[in-house]
Design a protein. Structure first.
Length: 619
């Protein structure tokens, strides 16, 4: 038996490293902003119920003073949290971070900028059990550290406007609705410095070979063969190196499929949980290819910066972030190309979508799914154990852009730089259009394709800020929409429609269905509540467009679409976006009260709590 390798020892102690962004100034600034977001989003979901006092402040019209009584519990003394806030559409809150104060019993008001201190003082008011509180503190701390890093390396709005799509992603601040939007449970501080999008570190991804049978390949027309995909994604010397690596072990390259793997996933998940497959040569590590890639906001998706025309690759990453484990479900990974084929078929047969809208659907054109020998056959185990290994190749947006066009995620429009300048305001200024004209162009680019898919085909995307991509012309005027993430975020009407007759069984089996009345929630919650709820007050503050007018412009674009296709009148009533009230979906309530951090056999869904007034109901 060979001797184990000798690990060299060193008399030198390990060197500890503190990231330069962790300064008191960065921490306090990020903390005040995160605390204002926490109070506002928890109040929106009615986890907290602030009480209005007095009239709007004369120094800041539209803002009203509120207090949040915090009763004492046990050894802790109660007090009051006071702040100023503006109320907006859908019952939203915009809390002024500089106005937040804590007044202890028999004490004087003092500024409050620490969301962790707020969490501890209000833990009983929030109804948190000990387990949830413990994990919540960790997620909040890690999110705050990531925000401090973003502040430390922030660029101005004008500088951001000149960045390319991939580079701009590394400057975004994360999900606007979820307070704990960068918790990344499973990552160490070093992992975050290497793999988080705000680290902006291009990396070369290693690949693995997995024996066919354990791994399954699927591809759209033109990519039916995995070899065709590899010939486009890998240079000839790299393919030869992969084959030679297998032959050197006495293995047949034709018996294996290749796929990239996230280095963290290999070390933390694949080696421990697929150890028997590695031992039996069913999984073979390969070198990295030569391309540099950047992680996008979804953190598990990498965009190729060496060859932007090559596919974006989506990999499983078994960390808990923004409510769910970020793996790739085996069944859905295998179905991704079939879903793409069906969605592209709908678009390509519709002249309105192709000729008038020019909508771009970034297809998930190929996939390799790797089953775990044990977990995939067990329905009762936590879902994260059935999402461990695989890859999805997605069309890059760069391939679809005309000369002079530029793509940016919808989320970027919510960004505000350290000087307080909104990215949207910078783009409007560059466009030369009036703010109202620019907004009309934005809504005309975004809404018609989404409405067409909803009304004509009973199909919705989840057009939140990361999945919806705005394409701009060479003057930074919005001109059309690109959409991604089909297999995870496309839902169809549970009520049968003739347009679904062409849907293949493998697509029907994997796509989620919702009643017509709830299908509209994906546009309301993904786009209107999840993006426009924040964009509207920004436009009022920095562009001079009142929030009421903002929503009137959105409504006008919907009605314009209705007038364009009067033959679909019944569908407008079936999928009613203009109903007086909609259900309030809650993302933070899900974490605090519904699912917490417990394991589940299936992915959680957003909580529903009451209803809110729909700003689109009347002009």
């Amino acid at each position: 038996m060979p001797n184990p390798p000798v690990v060299p020892s060193s008399a030198e102690p390990p060197v500890l490293y503190a990231p330069p962004e962790l300064t008191r100034e960065n921490w306090d600034r990020a903390g005040g902003r995160l605390l204002a977001k926490l109070i506002g989003e928890f109040a929106y979901e009615e986890i907290l119920r602030p009480v209005p006092i007095g009239r709007e402040t004369t120094s800041a019209p539209g803002r009203h003073p509120y207090v949040l009584p915090v009763p004492g519990q046990g050894e802790s003394d109660g007090g009051l949290v006071g702040f100023q806030a503006r109320r907006g559409a859908y019952g939203s809150w915009q809390v002024d971070a500089d106005s937040i104060e804590w007044t202890a019993q028999q004490g004087e008001p003092e500024p409050l900028r620490d969301p962790l201190a707020f969490l501890l003082r209000t833990k009983h008011l929030l109804g948190l059990d000990g387990t949830t509180l413990g994990h919540l503190i960790r997620e909040l701390s890690v999110t705050l550290a990531a925000d401090a890093r973003l502040d430390h390396t922030a660029l101005t709005a004008a500088q951001l406007a000149d960045l390319g799509y991939a580079e701009l992603e590394g400057h975004q601040t994360g999900h606007p609705w979820l307070v704990l939007n960068k918790g990344r449970l499973g990552f160490s501080a070093t992992d975050s410095s290497r793999w988080a999008p705000e680290s902006r570190r291009p990396t070369r991804l290693p690949w693995i070979a997995v024996r066919i049978g354990l791994a399954t390949y699927r591809g759209v027309a033109g990519l039916e063969s995995a070899d065709t995909l590899y010939s486009r994604e890998l240079d000839a010397p790299t393919r030869a190196l992969f084959a030679e690596t297998l032959r050197a072990r006495g293995l047949d390259p034709g018996a294996y499929l290749y796929l990239p793997v996230h280095p963290w996933q290999w070390d933390d998940i694949v080696l421990p949980l697929f150890a028997s497959s590695v031992a039996s040569d069913e999984i073979i590590p390969l070198p990295a290819d030569g391309d540099l890639r950047l992680p996008q906001q979804s953190i598990r998706t990498f965009l190729n910066t060496t060859h932007p025309q090559r596919h974006t690759v989506k990999l499983p990453l078994s960390i808990l972030n923004t409510l769910v484990w970020r793996g790739l479900p085996t069944e859905r990974t295998m179905a991704a190309p079939a879903v793409t084929t069906w969605m592209l078929g709908l678009r390509d047969a519709d002249s309105f979508l192709t000729d008038e809208c020019g909508v771009i659907l970034l297809g998930e054109v190929a996939s390799v799914a790797v089953q775990h020998p044990l977990y995939d056959g067990l329905d009762e185990v936590p879902y994260q154990y059935k999402e461990l290994l695989g890859a999805i190749w997605r069309e890059p947006v760069a391939r679809h852009l005309a000369s002079g066009e530029r793509a940016r995620t919808l989320a970027s429009l919510l960004h505000v730089d350290p000087q307080g300048v909104a990215f949207t305001a910078a783009l409007v200024a560059r466009s030369g259009l009036s703010p109202r004209s620019w907004l009309r162009r934005l809504f005309a680019a975004l809404l018609p394709p989404l409405l067409r898919f909803l009304y004509r085909y009973g199909t919705v995307f989840s057009p939140h800020g990361e999945n919806a991509i705005v394409v701009f012309d060479d003057h930074d005027v919005p001109v059309r929409l690109a959409v991604k993430d089909f297999v995870d975020d496309v839902n169809v009407s549970a009520q049968p429609l003739p347009e679904h007759d062409s849907m293949p069984k493998d697509v029907r089996d994997v796509l989620l269905t919702e009643s017509p009345g709830f299908l509209t929630q994906f546009i309301h919650s993904g786009l209107f509540v999840g993006v426009f709820r924040y964009l509207a007050p920004l436009c009022e503050e920095q562009l001079g467009v009142p929030e009421s007018e903002f929503w009137s412009l959105v409504r006008a674009e919907i009605l314009r679409h209705h007038a364009r296709f009067p033959e679909l009148k019944e569908r407008y009533e079936m999928f009613d976006l203009l109903t007086p009230r909609i259900e309030r979906l809650c993302l933070n309530r899900n974490r605090l009260h519904l699912d917490g951090y417990r394991d589940r056999a299936h992915r959680p869904h957003a909580a529903v709590h009451g209803t809110v007034a729909n700003p689109l109901h009347q002009p």
